[in-house]
Every structure is written in C-alpha cells, then in structure tokens.
Design a protein around this ligand. Structure first.
Ligand code: DGI
Ligand code: FE
Ligand code: FE
Length: 192
C-alpha cells in the first residue's frame, strides 16, 4: 500500500485535529520502530490507519462488532475502545490492508493486551507520546521511550489505568492483562 494514498484515505475519514494527531503518531512510530528494530514501513502504515474508525457512528461500530465476530464483551465496555478493533476490520475491508501484524497493531492500539508484539507496542506508545500530546506524565513516558520500549509501554498502560480509575471508569480486561504481563515478565512478547 502506497503511503500517500493511505494518508489521503485517512484524511477523508478524520477531522483536521485528528489528522494532525495521526501525523504525529506516524512520526513517533517511525522513530520508535527505527530505535527498536521494528519494521518501519509496517509501523508507518499502522500509525497512518490507527484511528481510521474513530469517527464512525456508534451504531455502525456496534453492528460491526456483532457481525464480524469481535469479542462480545466490547458491547458492554467503554465505547471509546470500539474504534480500535472496528478500525482493524474497516482498514482491511476499505483500504485493502491484509497484513495481520499491521491489523493487530490497529486492533490493540487502545487497550493493549497480554503478549503484545513489538509492532503493537510501538503503535501503542507512539499514540501515547506523539508530539501533540500534553497530558500529565507524558514527558516521563517520553524519557522512558528513549531507553526501554517495554518500560515505556508499561508506564503508559499504568497511567491510563490510573486515569480511568480516577474517573471511576471501567477498565477493559485486555488493559489489565497487558499491565500484568509487563509487570510479571518485564517484557513478554509474541512472534519475535
Ligand atoms: O484514539 P486516541 O484518542 O488517539 O487514543 P486511544 O485510542 O488510546 O483512546 C483513548 C481513550 O480510550 C481514552 O479516552 C481512554 C479510553 N479507554 C476507555 N476504556 C479504556 C480505555 N483505554 C484503555 N487502555 N483501556 C480501557 O479499558
Ligand atoms: Fe485511537
Ligand atoms: Fe490515536
């Protein structure tokens, strides 16, 4: 898939602000991929498409969760999570991306999961630390990202869980599983 065409497709799906965020994620993902020996072209494409479904209507996303065999527990989870797995379905269907590594990086970019691949970690972290982000704790994660991919992702996940808990929001099980996996192994990974 050609990068310019991918960016054009994504631009049509997103408001200006989210498109600028996407360009930031692309920049951070390429840097992280380079630093940690992850395929830079895959990181770039996954970053371009990671928020593809972010502005789809909830009823359309709900239908895709039901029709495309996505985990049924998503239906009762925070709807903020939906755009990630639904995005993976739509990027395959509408953009013709078949690469399972890229699709799983899109699928898990919001929740994380146990045994994340290196590409999944890069996209999760790039989404968290891209230059446009300015929430509390982001600079600490940026510093960690310079020396350890696993420690940076673990801190980002811990911050997200703490943030959600401070607002008395639910935590999706995959997010806890991701955290526990890093805490137990300090760096379990799948495939590589
Ligand atoms: O799509 P973005 O805004 O770029 O970032 P994202 O895909 O990480 O979405 C973040 C939102 O998802 C944020 O508002 C927190 C929310 N969220 C809701 N429930 C969960 C969750 N994030 C995680 N990791 N786990 C949850 O259980
Ligand atoms: Fe997202
Ligand atoms: Fe994002």
């Amino acid at each position: 898939m050609d990068k310019t065409k991918a960016l054009e497709l994504v631009k049509q799906q997103l408001p200006e602000k989210r498109y600028i965020h996407t360009l930031g994620v692309v920049q951070s993902a390429k840097e992280l991929a380079h630093r940690y020996g992850v395929d830079e072209d895959k990181a770039e494409l996954a970053a371009i498409y990671h928020d593809y479904a972010k502005y789809r209507p909830l009823d359309e996303m709900e239908q895709i969760i039901k029709d495309d065999g996505l985990p049924a527990d998503l239906l009762t989870a925070n709807t903020e999570l939906w755009h990630a797995p639904v995005g993976a379905v739509l990027v395959r269907r509408e953009a013709g991306v078949e690469d399972e590594e890229i699709l799983s990086a899109i699928r898990y970019h919001t929740s994380g999961r146990a045994q994340m691949t290196e590409l999944e970690k890069v996209i999760y972290l790039a989404d968290y630390i891209e230059p446009g982000r300015s929430f509390p704790g982001v600079d600490e994660v940026r510093e960690l990202a310079a020396r350890s991919l696993d420690e940076a992702v673990m801190k980002a996940i811990a911050n997200t869980i703490a943030f959600l808990m401070s607002k008395q929001q639910t935590i999706y099980p995959d997010t806890f599983h991701a955290y526990n996996d890093f805490a137990m192994h300090k760096g379990g990974h799948r495939n590589e």
